[in-house]
Design a protein around this ligand. Sequence first.
Ligand SMILES: *Cc1c(COP(=O)(O)O)cnc(C)c1O
Length: 371
Amino acid sequence: MKKRPGLNIDHEKLRENMKTVISWCDEAGIDVAGVFKITGGLASAALDYEACGAKWIASSRLEQLARAKAAGVSIPMLMIRVPMLSELDEMVKVCEYSLQSEFTTLKALDEAAIRAGKIHNVILMADLGDLREGFWELEELTEVAKYTEEVLTGLHLAGIGTNLGCYGSVIPTEAKMKQLAEYAEAVEAAIGRPLEIVSGGATSSLMPVFDGKMPAKINMLRIGGAAFTGALEETCRIYGRKELKQLHDDAITLDAEVIEVRTKPTHPVGELGVNAFGKKARYVDRGDRTRALLAIGGADFGDPDDILPQLPGAEVLGCSGDHTILDIEDCEENLKVGDVVRFKLHYSAILHLSSSENVTKYETGEIGCLL
Ligand SMILES: *Cc1c(COP(=O)(O)O)cnc(C)c1O
């Protein structure tokens, strides 16, 4: 019997998505770093990216990049979470490129690169308002760039970049992208040569690409989300973009098994305290309704709002760590114990499920070959 819950990864659809994203960027003169951290570092997803024309494989975790390299990915590895001092020696072995935002780290990285007999490529991050990583003052950015260029012989200053739309929810508007382009020009003036890379952000930075508003100077995007969940209703709504509809919304899906089917009240019976997560929850009394209990829970997918049942009329009512409750009163189909319910998944659910040891990955389609 197939082990459940199962995470289905359709490599044909995944590669079609990656190809589409890469062709959008290509038309705008932008190279793509394929970000695969959402899959928990599935090497096959990195191989797909490489086959589709990504120029770098990127992740926020060194272990994942090492795994992709061991699996035969041959394009350069880019570490996109600014690194810990404690991982620099490992990082220079695994990655050719990394994002950087601390002078202290750059100096230690220089020493690590020299120790390893390598030249490591760095992209200095500018924080343009999203308030996560990056230099805040242009002056500090240009000074550190100049120092890297002139003093840190183990490092090559490959470029600058920014990240938006993560902590601060800041939208990569044309103005923000122009600001990044101006920062790049200031750094180029300080070091007296052009930069190879100006990295304009992640999936959210596709929007200025769609609008034809991306400054020519921006020549790299680091894309993960779009290729995996770009076409989901909610993603399209958030970004308000019909272009994303060209992508598949089911390259990765979840199968969960029914373990109980029963008609019960919708309002809990008894004195109410807190739920499994220590929270006071609210319950709407809709009378008796039929529900299916599934053998998967918050421990696997995180937030129950991030899993979307592909069963007309079904609604996720909630979950505990290891159970999910599905209202199936309005479903045409009669579910029974042992049946499987399929879900489409939001970004955060894929991220959680990919790293849950209770979830078995089922990969279909050829991996890492041309379409
Ligand atoms: C995760 C991440 C990305 C990719 O983001 P998506 O929205 O999934 O495309 C790009 N850059 C950095 C620094 C990241 O941490």
